[in-house]
Design a binder for this molecule. Structure first.
Ligand SMILES: *Cc1c(COP(=O)(O)O)cnc(C)c1O
Length: 351
C-alpha cells in the first residue's frame, strides 16, 4: 500500500539527534551533556506549572477558541500588537502556509537554515526557492529581494539556526520594502541577542514575526508558539487554523510563563557569557552569533564524525550536515547548564 503515500513523504523527514545519544549510552554515559536541541536546560517557571495544573482540572471543556488569557499575557509582555498562536512556532508556520500557499506557489527561504520551512512548504505543495547566504552567513538584501521576485512568502531566521547570525533590523526593513509578498521573520532565539525587531511591525503590513515558548521560555514540551502579524492577516490565519488546535494546559502554562519574564534573566545572562567563551576559547572556528548555541567549523573533521567523537565522551551535539546548503564540516552546540558547557570545552579542545 506504500505507493499511496504522497511523494513528499516517501523520502526523509525531520532529523532528530537520537544516534549520538545511543553512542553516549553505549559508552557508559547514563547522563550525558545534552547540547543538541537548543532547549532551556532548567525546569519551567513555577507560575507556568501552577497555571497548567489549574487548566488540567477543567479540561473536560474545549479550550477558549480566542485564547484570551494567553493573548492578554502577550499584550502585557509586548504591548499593543496583533497576535496569533499555534502548536509551537512550527504550527504557526504550517497555518501561515496553509493560509497563503496553493500548489506551485513559490516560497523563498534564506539558507542554510532551520529545515522545517522546507518540509512544510513542500507538504503544502509549494515550490521551495533557496537563497544562499554570504560566506560569513550574513544576508545580502539585494540578493534576497531579487530571488524572492514573485514569491508570496519568504522566510528569514534571525538569529539564524544553525549559524546564529543576527540580521540587522535595517536589512530586514530593506527586504520588507523590496519584496512582493510577506516576510516570515523567525525570532525563535531573539531573547538571547540585543536586537529587537518589534518596531518594524508598526511600519510594515507584510511582516510576520514568529516566536516560540520552546527556547528561552523553557516550555518545549508544551508546544506553544505565537506570532506578531499584520492586522489584516488575522481573520485569514484564524480561518486556516485547525479548530481548538492548542490545548488549554499549554496555553495556560505559556500565559503563566509570560507573566514572570524575570525568571529567565539568570539563564539568558549565563547563555551570553558561555557564548563568548565558546566563541573565543575553542581551537575550532566559531561563527559569531546571538543565540543560545554556537556553530563551529570543525574542518578537517566532518560534522557527523565530530558528533560521534564527542558522543563517545558523553557530550551530545548536533551535526549540521542535514542543513541543506551548509556543507559537511559544521556542528551546532547548545549552551546548557554550566557543567555541560565545561564538559564540552574540556573534551572539544584536545580533539
Ligand atoms: C526550535 C525552532 C522553532 C520551532 O519551535 P517550536 O515552537 O518548538 O515549534 C522555530 N524556528 C527555529 C529557527 C527553531 O530553532
Amino acid at each position: 500500500m506504500r505507493h499511496l503515500i504522497r511523494d513528499v513523504y516517501s523520502g526523509g523527514g525531520y532529523v532528530f539527534a537520537t544516534k549520538a545519544a545511543d553512542i553516549a549510552r553505549s559508552a557508559g554515559y547514563a547522563n550525558p551533556a545534552k547540547l543538541a536541541s537548543n532547549e532551556n536546560p532548567y525546569p519551567p517557571f513555577p507560575n507556568a506549572v501552577r497555571k497548567a495544573y489549574g487548566a488540567l482540572e477543567v479540561c473536560n471543556r474545549y479550550p477558549d477558541e480566542k485564547m484570551r488569557e494567553l493573548k492578554d499575557a502577550l499584550a502585557a509582555r509586548h504591548g499593543d500588537y496583533t497576535f496569533v498562536t499555534g502548536v509551537g512556532m512550527d504550527g504557526v508556520i504550517e497555518t501561515t502556509l496553509r493560509a497563503l500557499i496553493d500548489p506551485g506557489d513559490r516560497v523563498s527561504v534564506s539558507v542554510p537554515t532551520f529545515s522545517f520551512y522546507g518540509l512544510a512548504v513542500r507538504a503544502q505543495g509549494g515550490e521551495f526557492v533557496g537563497i544562499g547566504r554570504e560566506d560569513d552567513f550574513t544576508v545580502d538584501p539585494e540578493v534576497f529581494i531579487r530571488k524572492s521576485k514573485g514569491c508570496k512568502l519568504s522566510f528569514l531566521c534571525s538569529p539564524n539556526n544553525p549559524s546564529g547570525t543576527v540580521t540587522p533590523p535595517e536589512v530586514v526593513a530593506e527586504i520588507l520594502e523590496g519584496i512582493d509578498g510577506l516576510l516570515f521573520l523567525d525570532n525563535a532565539y531573539v531573547d538571547f541577542c540585543d536586537t529587537d525587531y518589534r518596531s518594524l511591525m508598526k511600519k510594515y503590513d507584510n511582516l510576520i514575526i514568529g516566536m516560540t515558548m520552546s527556547k528561552a521560555y523553557g516550555l518545549a514540551g508544551m508546544r506553544v508558539g505565537y506570532a506578531f502579524i499584520p492586522e489584516w492577516f488575522e481573520e485569514y490565519y484564524n480561518r486556516a487554523q485547525t479548530p481548538f488546535v492548542m490545548n488549554s494546559v499549554s496555553a495556560a502554562a505559556a500565559a503563566g510563563a509570560l507573566e514572570e519574564p524575570a525568571y529567565i534573566e539568570g539563564y539568558v545572562s549565563s547563555v551570553r557569557e558561555w557564548r563568548k567563551r565558546f566563541e573565543t576559547e575553542t581551537r575550532f572556528k566559531a561563527v559569531p552569533g546571538g543565540a543560545n548555541f554556537v556553530m563551529f567549523d570543525v574542518s578537517p573533521y566532518r560534522g557527523d564524525e565530530m558528533v560521534e567523537m564527542l558522543a563517545e565522551k558523553g557530550v551530545i551535539v548536533r551535526s549540521c550536515t542535514s542543513f541543506p546548503g551548509l556543507g559537511d564540516n559544521y556542528i551546532r552546540v547548545s549552551i546548557g547548564e554550566d557543567w555541560e558547557c565545561e564538559r564540552f570545552l574540556e573534551v572539544f579542545n584536545p580533539l
